[in-house]
Design a protein around this ligand. Structure first.
Ligand SMILES: CC(C)(COP(=O)(O)OP(=O)(O)OC[C@H]1O[C@@H](n2cnc3c(N)ncnc32)[C@H](O)[C@@H]1OP(=O)(O)O)[C@@H](O)C(=O)NCCC(=O)NCCS
Length: 153
């Protein structure tokens, strides 16, 4: 059974493995570790027994904005819903525990899989950040309203 739980130092070796197989420019181990203290209960792992299948990191900015810092799942476990349960639990915590109005993230404009993942989960592109990941590597800023404000338009 897959469970979602707060990340701990014991998970870092596996999180770092996932990071390296998932990104061209992975975060260093030290940064993944620092986020344990910066993010607290907004740093989550999906686990089956002690095997980490994916992780997500969030932080709260300006008291109202949840920022999804990073998400990745094991390459051989993708498209099984792990990313979705991590994302919805982070959004739930942004909203319920931290009173965030919305969630934002940056994604590389060439990362079609992740852009579909977010679009299918109610994120939309609000801006392009030129050279965000380095020269010629742009990011979309994507946003999701967490308040479901209906009937206010
Ligand atoms: C983005 C990511 C976290 C999704 O994790 P996951 O465990 O596969 O997530 P889920 O199984 O819940 O959802 C997968 C969804 O992604 C989208 N997706 C994934 N691969 C896709 C592809 N080749 N074509 C189109 N859509 C794709 C779909 O919306 C898919 O949902 P579906 O299977 O219902 O169609 C995972 O692909 C990943 O780790 N990627 C590498 C790291 C990364 O790019 N992170 C985001 C940085 S901003």
């Amino acid at each position: 059974m897959v469970i979602i739980t707060n990340a701990t130092e014991q998970d870092l070796t596996q999180i770092y493995e996932i990071e390296n197989e998932s990104f061209e420019q992975p975060y260093p181990y030290s940064l993944l570790k620092a986020y344990l203290y910066l993010s607290g209960d907004l740093y989550l792992v999906a686990k089956e027994n002690d095997y980490v299948l994916g992780y997500i990191i969030g932080i709260v900015q300006f008291k109202i904005r949840g920022h999804l810092v990073s998400i990745a799942t094991r390459e051989n476990s993708r498209r099984n819903g792990i990313g979705s349960i991590l994302l919805s639990e982070l959004e739930r915590r942004f909203k319920i525990a931290y009173n965030c109005f919305y969630s934002v993230l940056e994604v590389m404009t060439t990362n079609k899989e992740a852009i579909s993942f977010y679009s299918n989960r109610s994120y939309y592109i609000v801006n392009t950040k030129k050279n965000y990941y380095g020269r010629g590597k742009h990011a979309y800023l994507m946003l999701k309203d967490l308040l479901e404000r209906r009937g206010l338009e």
